[in-house]
Design a protein around this ligand. Sequence first.
Ligand code: MN
Length: 208
Amino acid sequence: MAYTLPPLPYAYDALEPSIDTRTMEIHHDKHHQAYVDNANKALEGSDMANMPVDELITKLDQVPADKKNALRNNAGGHANHGLFWTLMRAGQDNNQPSGELATAISDSFGSFDAFKDKFEDAAKTRFGSGWAWLVMQGGKLAVVSTANQDSPLMGEAIAGVSGTPILGVDVWEHAYYLNYQNKRPDYLKAFWNVVNWDEVAKLYAAAK
Ligand code: MN
């Protein structure tokens, strides 16, 4: 069974003005579609094609050597973007986590603001293309980043970090360049308006 592009869980313009409509159209319809298509191409004729993509990327050591890079990049891209869309929603004033997740973030990082600084730092200092993540790692929250389309789910040996992502931000230029050009820090500030903390809380509850 081939992978398919999941529809956005909201309209293309739902994240305005934090993330503009045109960026969402190109990012979802072109970039994410290309990861899906290229992952399917690499999986043609393989019995691993039936595996959910989040599982496949934990087993890159088992894929044929000549497919490993293509799947690292494209199954990784499909998994990361499929998650990313669900982690955002229409902007809200004073958008922040509540309940158990809010407590866990404060306990782990000192305060919500200290967490935001750490996450933005990880995203800003990821040279070139990649992602910053809030992950559950051995029962604890941690901020990490990965290059290209690597996911913490791929594990230390491949991604350089491990963990279960509960929040992630795409810092490839294709995620922000139309609206923010070279100003990645401005995009990251705006990202906080559209984080879907209800979804992050669900992922936290499932991972802890
Ligand atoms: Mn992207």
